[in-house]
Design a protein around this ligand. Structure first.
Ligand code: SIN
Length: 612
């Protein structure tokens, strides 16, 4: 059991911790907080509003990490966190520093932690699990009843959204924006919001955006369409692709209108030009989106119920959907009737038996998915006659860190990294589509490769900093030192990098055909870095059959009235291979469209009732 106590740390320790982890502004903020804290007497009354006061005592909380439950005990004294004790956790050794840092961040708090602000690694299951565990304890200390302890009973609303990731919250916000009278409830089976969106890194694709224009990037909706179809091996349903590319630019404007920063535009595999929009400096998209969408939900008075698991759909004699059946955390059930139901539950990438059954070649692969991505919705929908498409199309991502299986974003390659094998040789066009790059890695010894880059690449992409804080990177001040650190022949690695640099400068990769756009920098600035990678299950591209209005379809193509779906739970948009950046585009574009369609139905129904 590890115990961390606020009073065991000196101010100097706190300052040096801040200096490593935060911006100068944050350091100043923390320093002034420390000064404020040290001027408090023991019986100072907290300044927070009554319902936010932490009550003194020892409180227990649990969260779900990458490797199972995380249990903490939090000691609150004088209304602030004095000590955090890790009672049990089995996260990997790579995650220990992140856990320690998060626990340090909890000390002295008088309020809840938030994933997007406090997460050391931002996009890891461990980080969210620790924060969730601490927050559960803090909520108990506040005397708040967490959803896990509430029992809802039968009720009605206008729109039910199932799933509180990026697609679900986009749907809820878009619906609410159409009419403030609509009562919208979002149901989430996990104890926290976000699903896979919490871990999404690369960015959101869109063409012909104002941001691209400002950066002088020439792109077109047609090129976006062509890239997506080619990437998907032309198995994509063309109308869904057309719908995505036509609505993506307006969706970027919608997000920026909500406060999102999408000003950095990068390149992902299979895209002809830079169209992957992400926050300034190239930091992870997912936590940023969740922060924006959660704030919008709050503003729109959308009701969010976590630990509420949907178990089935309610339908009328005419086949239309009229609501959902839900299970409270204690196992009791209730019915929630609605004019429209939006399913945004994500894919089934964490349901390993289902993946292996549908795609036996993926047996034994690790997954990059959060534990809730189990595909529960397929049974509810097929039970009432809904159809699924392309269920066996499951994507593996080429670069999961080989031990921890933490996603190393494709954007690292987009910003200039190369892949080499254990002999120190390149073996593919690193910016080819994911299916091609994954197959090339799997053909190397042990199905692994090293992703290699230099300081310039590191500086160009903020999300790389999370990998350094997780100690995932090997480092060398010379190529020889890096080669020694990762046990590859230094002469070959030096020759490989020299040759790549010559080709990069010439704008022509005669060895593997990587385009000039996809070779933005030469790898010549120390230190040099490497991370060992292997493919892991990433995205389930098959799913519910939908049309461009996000209506769920039966096998005969007729829509099920009252039922909409958006995001990874749907199938056919990505075909046989999804392009990086199209996953987030899908969840926000189609989440928003689903919300608008559901709102139109619900508003029409309300108007019809009023007219009677
Ligand atoms: C990545 O950052 O490599 C994953 C993003 C995506 O799948 O779109």
């Amino acid at each position: 059991m590890t115990t961390f106590s606020k009073f065991q740390r000196s101010t100097k320790q706190i300052i040096s911790f801040c200096a490593r982890s935060f911006s100068a502004l944050t350091v100043l903020f923390v320093l002034s907080s420390i000064m404020a804290m040290s001027s408090c007497s023991d019986d100072d009354t907290p300044t927070e509003t009554a319902d936010l006061v932490l009550n003194d005592g020892e409180w227990t909380g649990t969260g779900e990490g990458r490797s199972g439950s995380i249990i903490v005990k939090v000691l609150v004294r004088n209304h602030q966190v004095e000590q955090v004790t890790m009672v049990s956790q089995s996260e990997s050794v790579f995650a220990q520093d992140a856990i320690n840092s998060l626990v340090e961040k909890a000390l002295g708090r008088r309020d809840l932690m938030s994933v997007e602000v406090d997460g050391i690694s931002g996009a890891t299951l461990t980080s969210t699990g620790v924060i969730d565990a601490i927050n559960t304890a803090l909520q108990a200390a506040m005397g708040r009843t967490a959803d896990a302890d509430k029992n809802y009973t039968d009720g009605t609303c206008d729109i039910v959204v199932v799933g509180a990731g990026g697609a679900g919250l986009s749907a809820a916000v878009a619906a609410a924006e159409t009419d403030s009278v609509l009562k919208i409830v979002v149901l989430e089976k996990q104890g926290i919001l976000g699903g896979n969106t919490n871990y999404s890194t690369g960015g959101i694709n869109a063409a012909e955006t104002a941001i691209q224009q400002e950066l002088g990037i020439e792109d077109s909706k047609q090129l976006f369409y062509d890239d997506t179809m080619r990437g998907g091996k032309y198995e994509n349903i063309p109308s869904l692709v057309r719908n995505l590319v036509n609505n993506a630019s307006a969706t970027i404007s919608w997000l920026t209108g909500l406060g999102a920063d999408l000003t950095d535009v990068g390149l992902m595999g299979g895209s002809s030009v830079r169209r992957t929009h992400r926050p300034k400096g190239g930091s992870a998209i997912g936590p940023h989106l969740m922060k924006i969408l959660k704030a919008a939900c709050q503003k729109e008075n959308i009701e969010l119920r976590t630990s509420n698991r949907v178990t089935g759909l309610l339908s009328a004699a005419d086949g239309s959907v009229t609501g959902v059946r839900v299970q409270n955390a204690d196992g009791s059930s209730y019915k929630l009737a609605a004019q429209a139901v939006v399913i945004a539950t994500g894919g089934f990438g964490a349901n390993i038996p289902m993946v292996a059954q549908l795609q036996p070649s993926l047996s034994g692969f690790a997954t990059l998915n959060h534990p809730g991505a189990t595909g529960d919705a397929f049974a509810w929908v097929t039970n009432i006659g809904g159809a699924t498409v392309q269920m066996a199309n499951i994507q593996i991502h080429p670069t999961a860190e080989a031990n921890s299986h933490i996603l190393i974003t494709e954007a690292v390659r987009g910003n200039g990294a190369i892949l080499v094998n254990n002999k120190g040789q390149r073996f593919c066009n690193e910016m080819d589509t994911r299916d091609v790059v994954s197959a090339a890695i799997l053909a190397q010894t042990q199905g692994e490769a090293l992703l290699v880059f230099d300081q310039k690449v590191r500086k160009s992409l903020a999300s790389i900093e999370t990998y350094t804080s997780q100690h995932l990177l090997s480092e060398g001040n010379t190529i020889a030192a890096l080669a020694a650190a990762v046990s590859v022949p230094d002469e070959t690695l030096s020759q490989t990098i020299s040759r790549y640099n010559i080709q990069q400068k010439a704008g022509r990769d005669d060895d593997f055909g990587r385009s000039a756009t996809a070779m933005p920098v030469s790898l010549d600035t120390p230190p040099f870095y490497a991370v060992r990678v292997t493919p892991a299950i990433h995205h389930t591209m098959g799913g519910l059959s939908v049309n461009t209005q996000t209506q769920v379809l039966r096998a005969d193509g007729t829509p099920i009235v009252g039922l909409y779906a958006a995001g990874e739970v749907t199938g056919g948009l990505h075909g046989a291979n999804r392009l990086g950046g199209n996953g987030v585009a899908d969840i926000v574009v189609n989440g928003r469209l689903a919300g608008l369609a559901a709102a139109a139905l619900a508003t029409g129904a309300m108007a019809a009732k009023a007219a009677v």
